[in-house]
Write a protein that binds this ligand. Sequence first.
Ligand code: GDP
Length: 297
Amino acid sequence: SIAEVEDSEDQLEPRAPIVTVMGHVDHGKTSLLDYIREENVIAGESGGITQHIGAYGVQLKDGQKITFLDTPGHEAFTAMRARGAQVTDLAIIVIAADDDVMPQTKEAISHAQAAGVPIVFAINKVDREVANPEKIKESLANMNLLVEDWGGKIQSQDLSAKTGQGVPELLEKVLLEAELLDLKANPDKPATGTVVEAFLDKGRGYVSTILVQAGTLKVGDYVLAGRTHGKVKAMQDERGHDVEAAGPATPVSILGLDGAPQAGDKFHVFEDEREAKSIAARRTQLQREQSVRTQKT
Ligand code: GDP
């Protein structure tokens, strides 16, 4: 069943932090995520990240890992939050140093604060002559957000997503902040997690990117995700490589669900296929009744 059993301390193992990048349009979110994706290839792997699956993991030179949620316009993050799925451990909020703290920046800050997610500021575009990172930090201070340079506790890093200057330092600060969270999960149980995105591929059927949050997902597992269900036929990582198993904080795209679950849907592995099917059917029925009711009102 879906009921979760509490893990004991000795079952828990450290896991990678799950990080979202947010900020005002054009302040450099995409550029920063692209730079990180291109520069940080899993140690020993040839070839970079080839698939856009909405999330990816990077491994730094010292072996530490970070999982990035990389969803266009961060709709998924908003959708996930709206549906009560708390996935993100940390938020990087990008602010362009040639601009100011803008409405969407403020919105991102309140989203993160409401979710209780620590913030690391990325003060971007410092390669530009007109950049004034101190002005940004002053604006933040006026909002009661004191960064470390200003005697506060919030981490911030001046950087350029274009030249890469400051990006390694940003990732170090993210890991430092993550350490304080003492993130752990039990890898030795049936997987649970959250759907990041899903789409219908002409040749392969429904492809769903899911983020395993606890346990280990294996090929052959029977999964219930929102109103969809099915046996995992194949799993791929962000490099397009087939994988047999995925542990906590790992994003994978899976094949085998009978539909496209929604971003933010929880998924669970079931030992009993019939139980998963009957819950999926009940959810579909409820959804139908609900949409009939909405049409009537
Ligand atoms: P997003 O809307 O937040 O995803 O912003 P983008 O990553 O698309 O960046 C918006 C624009 O700013 C693009 O033209 C980028 O090339 C440019 N840009 C982003 N980061 C930097 C930077 O560090 N330095 C400079 N000079 N330009 C940047």
